[in-house]
Design a protein around this ligand. Structure first.
Ligand SMILES: [Zn+2]
Ligand SMILES: [Zn+2]
Length: 144
C-alpha cells in the first residue's frame, strides 16, 4: 500500500488516513508502518534502515541547520526521505533532508519536490507557484 498509494490505512485510533498521509508519517522514524493486505494480514513491518540514527541526524543538522526550506530550528524538524524508503530509498545524508512539519506537508501533499544535487538541497515549487518549476536552493545551503 505504501508503494502503490492505494487503499486506506487504519491506525490504532481506528480513524482512516489517506495513503499519502501514511507515506508522510512513515517517512520519519516515529511509527513502524504495517502494510496490510486486503485480508488485513501484515505484509511488512518496516525496515530498520529507515530510522534516522543520531549520527545521521547530527550530519543533517550540520548541513541543513534546521528546516532546509524555511529555516526553523532543528528541534522542529524531522528527517524526510527524498526517495521514500518504501521505494527503495536509503537512509543516508544524500537521501534525507530536515524539514519542519509544515514544509514536510508541502512536500508530501502540496506538490513541492525536494532533491539533493551535489550535496545541496533544492526545492522544486509546484506549477501553481512557478510554472517553470525552477529549483530554489534550501535556505541554509552553502554555495556550491
Ligand atoms: Zn520548514
Ligand atoms: Zn517525508
Amino acid at each position: 500500500m505504501l508503494r502503490d498509494r492505494l487503499g486506506v490505512a487504519y491506525p490504532h485510533s481506528g480513524a482512516p488516513i489517506s495513503p499519502e498521509g501514511v507515506r508522510r508519517l512513515a517517512c520519519d522514524a516515529d511509527i513502524i508502518p504495517i502494510m496490510l493486505g486486503s485480508d488485513s494480514v501484515p505484509l511488512d513491518v518496516g525496515r530498520n534502515e529507515r530510522l534516522i540514527t543520531p549520527a545521521l541526524r547530527k550530519a543533517l543538522i550540520a548541513r541543513d541547520k534546521g528546516c532546509a526550506r524555511c529555516g526553523r530550528p532543528p528541534r522542529w524538524t524531522r528527517g524526510h526521505h527524498v526517495q521514500h524508503w518504501a521505494d527503495g530509498g536509503h537512509t543516508c545524508l544524500d537521501n534525507c533532508v530536515l524539514l519542519c512539519d509544515r514544509c514536510h506537508r508541502l512536500v508530501h501533499h502540496g506538490g513541492w519536490d525536494v532533491r539533493i544535487v551535489d550535496g545541496i538541497v533544492e526545492f522544486l515549487p509546484p506549477a501553481y507557484v512557478d510554472r517553470e518549476r525552477r529549483p530554489i536552493r534550501g535556505i541554509n545551503q552553502l554555495a556550491a
